[in-house]
Ligand binder design. Structure first.
Ligand code: COA
Length: 267
């Protein structure tokens, strides 16, 4: 379902396939959806717009076509960059990745085809990843004489462990969807034609739950990863208590007691 209220963003298609579920499709086919400054800015604006909509329950992120999710940061643009320009480019990419992690609604990456370099870093900043059978993951930056610059060395090690991240980043190997599944980088592998359907099925399950509780849970997982276990658990206690101030807690527990489905609001 297209929606007339959505603004337009360069190189992005924004659609609403289900109530309260949004799909961002990266659409820069001539460069296999490679991330240049303009696309990073568009993505940031789109996430900002969706995050400000109180009804957004889930965001799906994918690439147009079945060849590439994102084939990396734009190598053509990077070729001419000075070190200072490269630092600005990295800051722009890093800010987007942090923004996606901090976005209140869950964000699921639907990785279709090449997911390389900055594309892999973009997928890693989403809350989890579903992949098509033809997905190819890689952090090939060292083969281009650079390091990852949008958080790959940090997030990949947290996602799949130090040894796996080392092997992956230092060799620049390409990883199939099935191998990514074994490493728990992605959580489901689907045929290309079923990928969106799989994403929508996940979104539907999430959207049935209490929206504020979902948002709290997302925040807790992200914030806790940067805290000690003790501090993370303390934060969980605070959010757990806070969730008892919501109407959705009253409704969720009443529905359980009355053996009926809950009708959650955003309160
Ligand atoms: N940046 C800029 N342009 C890119 C790109 C990138 N990361 N990846 C692909 N493109 C462009 C190609 O230059 C080509 O443009 P052209 O038609 O104007 O020549 C177009 O996208 C199609 O790519 P092409 O290489 O012809 O397709 P392919 O099927 O032969 O190969 C890849 C696909 C993804 C294997 C190959 O494009 C590739 O290796 N890309 C770079 C990947 C990379 O190193 N990414 C990490 C950057 S940090």
């Amino acid at each position: 379902m297209e929606t007339s209220m959505a603004p337009t963003f360069d190189c992005l298609l924004l659609t609403q396939p289900q109530d309260d579920v949004w799909l961002i499709t990266i659409d820069r086919p001539k460069a296999l959806n490679a991330l240049n400054k303009a696309l990073l800015t568009s993505l940031s604006q789109a996430f900002q717009w969706l995050d400000a909509l109180p009804t957004t329950k889930v965001i799906l992120l994918t690439g147009n076509g079945d060849k590439a999710f994102v084939a990396g940061a734009d190598v053509v643009a990077m070729q001419a960059m000075t070190a200072l320009e490269a630092r600005d480019f990295s800051h722009l990419g890093m800010a987007l990745m942090h923004q996606i992690e901090a976005c209140s609604a869950p964000v699921i990456a639907l990785v279709n085809g090449y997911c390389l370099g900055g594309g892999c870093e973009l997928a890693l900043s989403c809350d989890y990843i579903l992949a098509s059978e033809n997905a190819v993951f890689s952090q090939p930056e060292v083969s281009l004489g650079i390091t990852p610059g949008f958080g790959g060395t940090q997030r990949l090690a947290r996602y799949i462990g130090k040894g796996n991240a080392m092997q992956w980043i230092l060799t620049g190997d390409r990883i199939s969807a099935q191998d990514a599944l074994k490493l728990t980088l992605c959580h489901q592998v689907l045929s290309s034609s079923e990928l969106l359907k799989g994403g929508l099925a996940q979104a539907e399950k999430i959207a049935k739950n209490a929206p504020q509780a979902v948002r709290f849970a997302k925040q807790l997982i992200h914030q806790g990863l940067n805290l000690s276990l003790h501090d993370g658990c303390q934060l969980e206690t605070e959010r757990f208590a806070l969730s008892f101030t919501t109407q959705d807690q009253t409704e969720g527990m009443a529905a359980f007691a009355e053996r009926r489905p809950a009708r959650f609001s955003h309160q």
